[in-house]
Design a protein around this ligand. Structure first.
Ligand SMILES: Nc1ncnc2c1ncn2[C@@H]1O[C@H](COP(=O)(O)OP(=O)(O)O)[C@@H](O)[C@H]1O
Length: 354
């Protein structure tokens, strides 16, 4: 196998100071950062799961958010394996498990989040442009089917990455690509191309949707200072109480809408630029010398950390954009519903959960 033999041309990678992956960044900095991410992410996502368990799936938005929570929880549980593996504290068996299962689960959940972010943007756009269009049981059922189809599609896409990572490592110091068969390396490349398409299509969707939302938001503000149903639709559907909102609160709401866009850009865009040359360095190894491979690996790992932060930022999105989430959280914590309205730009009007 070309990939493996070329990788094995650098058996001294570990001892060769300039090309070894085992530098302080991989073995110390990222393990510490991922450990923190795991602890905080576990806490925030546990709260999110606990709150969403109490919210019925009565809108498309809530259904999509529940899928994102599940993806984030699974992603969070992959962090300890990465920490052990990267810090060289894991046994060979555990490192093989990381390559075969936990890393694949990490990527799977990342693209689940990306796809649902796209759907959430479409839903928010629809809700803003057609605030009075409700939903019904049949539509809700179709959204659940769609969610199931997305999980199934990505599972089928990623499964060969598990199955074809079947080689036994020939040395203690191996990379995931060393465990892949020839077909496994090809599939790895195919999956990464498909995932690039998934990402860029969703990025365009998010940009288009939030441009339309912003246009409608400002048209609504200028149309009438006293009657503005749009601001209330970002999470919970039309609301007459928005008429009392201060212009400051409206500006905050508009800023909240951009939270999704900002999170999408910060977390996902850098990784998708870094991923292309890195995948090439894994599968077309002769084209890259070991220093360049190391550079692309470190670039991939650094940007991958940004995507991992997404699992921690998502609970903030639920809090700021979903009033049903806030209401349930405050009710359970026995806090007054108006708490943080200065932060979220929302009053304490009744919540429909749409
Ligand atoms: N987009 C993806 N979807 C599913 N699995 C992936 C994706 N990208 C990489 N993987 C799998 O995750 C594991 C780790 O991949 P990668 O991060 O490229 O390797 P490394 O940790 O050696 O840099 C491999 O088994 C790989 O096939």
């Amino acid at each position: 196998m070309e990939g493996n033999t070329t990788f094995l041309q650098f058996p001294g990678n570990r001892t060769n100071g300039t090309c070894s992956r085992d530098n302080v960044l991989k073995t110390l900095v990222f393990p510490v950062l991922y450990s923190l991410l795991f602890l905080v992410g576990l806490l925030l996502n546990a709260v999110a799961v606990w709150v969403f368990f109490r919210i019925p799936s009565k809108s498309h938005f809530i259904i999509y958010l529940k899928n994102v929570v599940v993806a984030d929880v699974i992603m969070t549980f992959t962090f300890p394996f990465k920490v052990l593996s990267d810090s060289n504290m894991a046994s060979i068996g555990l490192r093989i498990f990381v390559c075969r299962v936990s890393s694949v689960l990490f990527y799977l959940t990342m693209y689940i989040s990306i796809l649902f972010f796209g759907l959430i943007s479409i839903d928010r756009c629809r809700k803003t442009l057609m605030p009075f269009r409700g939903t019904n049981t049949a539509r809700l059922f179709r959204r659940k089917l769609l969610s199931g189809a997305i999980w199934t599609f990505l599972l089928i896409l990623c499964l060969p990455n598990v199955i074809l990572t079947s080689k036994t490592p020939t040395s203690k110091y191996f990379k995931c690509s060393d465990l892949k068969t020839m077909a496994g390396l090809h599939w790895h490349e195919v999956v990464n191309h498909v995932c690039q398409v998934i990402f860029w299509v969703n990025l365009v969707t998010v940009i288009v949707c939030y441009t339309l939302i912003t246009k409608e938001l400002y048209r609504s503000y200028s149309r009438s200072k006293s009657q503005s149903p749009v601001a209330g639709t970002i999470c919970q559907g039309p609301s007459r109480a928005t008429t009392q909102k201060s212009s400051q609160a409206k500006r905050k709401m508009s800023a909240n809408v951009f939270l999704v866009l900002a999170v999408f850009f910060v977390c996902f865009v850098p990784f998708h630029f870094a991923r292309v040359p890195y995948t090439m360095s894994q599968t077309r190894t002769v084209m890259f010398d070991c220093k360049l491979k190391l550079f692309f690996f470190q670039l991939k790992e650094s940007t991958l950390f940004l995507t991992s932060i997404n699992s921690l930022l998502d609970p903030l999105i639920y809090f700021f954009l979903c009033k049903a989430f806030r209401t349930t959280l405050f009710k359970t914590l026995r806090l007054p519903l108006g708490t943080c309205s200065w932060l979220t730009g929302q009053g304490s009007d009744s919540d429909t959960g749409n």
